[in-house]
Ligand binder design. Structure first.
Ligand SMILES: Nc1ncnc2c1ncn2[C@@H]1O[C@H](COP(=O)(O)OP(=O)(O)OP(=O)(O)O)[C@@H](O)[C@H]1O
Ligand SMILES: [Mg+2]
Length: 368
């Protein structure tokens, strides 16, 4: 069952198409992330959903009820959408106590009895783990606690959708890492759809079952975190999410079942592609560093290629290797040590399923 549906959303600022024909759906209890670099249209998409922006085209519905339908002149104002929003800047009022901050939307809405306000605020404060801190001023709270006040304030009206715009980016790295798990658990208990904007891929991967990657106002790819990471559709997605080696190759021919034989600096290799290719065509291969297997001796199956170790950097959980092969330097990451010194010849290999052809630009089929 779909709850929140966005269809053909377009928002222009002058000649900039900030949101360019974006469509997606969010189910009840689903946490969907909009992920992408600065300026790709994440906030604009969210603001259109909230009703803070009037889009130039498209439809937004909640449970079939149109909230925005540009073709039909429908535009429900933000305060009637019953959506809660949490921003990057916590936007909590410094002169009000925690309790007063959270109670504020109820007071503005009016018609709620004093004891009901007391009850609802206390319930939401307890939900975000601030049950005992209602009397404090925001200045007496940590950044993480202030962000939880903002979350309790967004929840106090019992919103039917939650919208987050980079809510953790003002927190220090450690707290941020911790809060993403907390947020995810809290949201999964609420049972309402949530859209979460971030440019942090790790955050998107923890928080959401589905990620929508945006590029220049368009959807570059939508899928589960593992699909986006393991099967990036385009060079842009592979590059934005995690670290990737890109290798230019020439197609030799089909090996059947989506496998292709290609020639490149890594020798003649088998790779995987969701496209059809012709011999002689130039393609881009994407290989994740942790998928570059390494050994001191040539593997028996002869399927490896020789590399020269340029350098190795110990990073705790893994070691980062820079390997020269032909004119190329590729990166490999492994959690186990390899007893080799710079300049030493080694052997590397990449399984065909981890050597992917990626499109240079988004194409309709790949995007979703
Ligand atoms: N009010 C505005 N007037 C003019 N242009 C705008 C306005 N708001 C956004 N834009 C432009 O629209 C594009 C998308 O902006 P948006 O704020 O949605 O990006 P974003 O993905 O949220 O980026 P960031 O990660 O930096 O927050 C950008 O090119 C931006 O300059
Ligand atoms: Mg933004």
């Amino acid at each position: 069952m779909t709850t929140l549906r966005i269809e053909g959303l377009v928002k222009r600022y002058g000649s900039v198409r900030a949101v360019d024909d974006v469509s997606f759906e969010v189910g009840p209890g689903e946490f969907l992330s909009l992920l992408g670099p600065s300026g790709c249209g994440k906030t604009t998409t969210l603001r259109c959903i909230a009703g803070f922006e009037r889009p130039d085209g498209g439809r937004i519905t909640y449970d079939g009820e149109p909230l925005t339908d540009i073709a039909k002149g429908v535009f429900v104002p933000p305060n009637q959408r019953k959506f809660g929003m949490v921003f990057q800047s916590y936007a909590v009022w410094p002169h009000m106590t925690v309790f007063e901050n959270v109670a504020y939307p109820l007071k503005v809405a009016g018609g709620v009895a004093k004891n009901e306000i007391q009850e609802r605020v206390q319930e939401k404060l307890a939900l975000v783990g601030l049950g005992d801190l209602g009397a404090r001023l925001p200045t007496q709270l940590s950044g993480g606690q202030q962000q939880r006040v903002a979350l309790a304030r967004a929840l106090v009206m019992d919103p039917r959708v939650l919208l987050f715009d980079e809510p953790l980016s003002n927190l220090d790295a450690k707290l941020r890492e911790h809060m993403r798990f907390e947020l995810m658990e809290l949201q999964s208990g609420l049972g309402i759809p949530a859209v979460y904007v971030t440019h942090d891929q790790a955050e998107a991967m923890v928080i959401s079952r589905r990620i929508l990657v945006m590029e220049h106002g368009k959807i570059a790819q939508m899928g589960r975190p593992d699909e986006i990471y393991e099967r990036p559709a385009t060079r842009f997605v592979a590059d934005f999410i995690g670290l990737t080696n890109f290798v230019t190759a020439e197609v030799v021919g089909s090996a059947g079942g989506g496998r292709w034989s290609v020639r490149c600096d890594l020798g003649e290799r088998l790779c995987t592609s969701r496209h059809e290719h012709s011999p002689g065509e130039t393609v881009t291969l994407a290989v994740r560093p942790e998928r570059v297997e390494m050994s001191l001796d040539a593997p028996a199956d002869g399927n490896a290629f020789e590399v020269t170790l340029r350098n190795a950097y110990y990073l705790g959980p893994y070691t980062e290797f820079f390997l020269d092969v032909g004119d190329l330097t590729i990166r490999a990451q492994h959690s186990f040590p390899i007893d080799a010194t710079p300049g030493q010849r080694l052997y590397a290999r990449v399984a065909p399923e981890h050597c992917l052809v990626v499109a240079e630009s988004p194409s309709g089929d790949d995007a979703c």
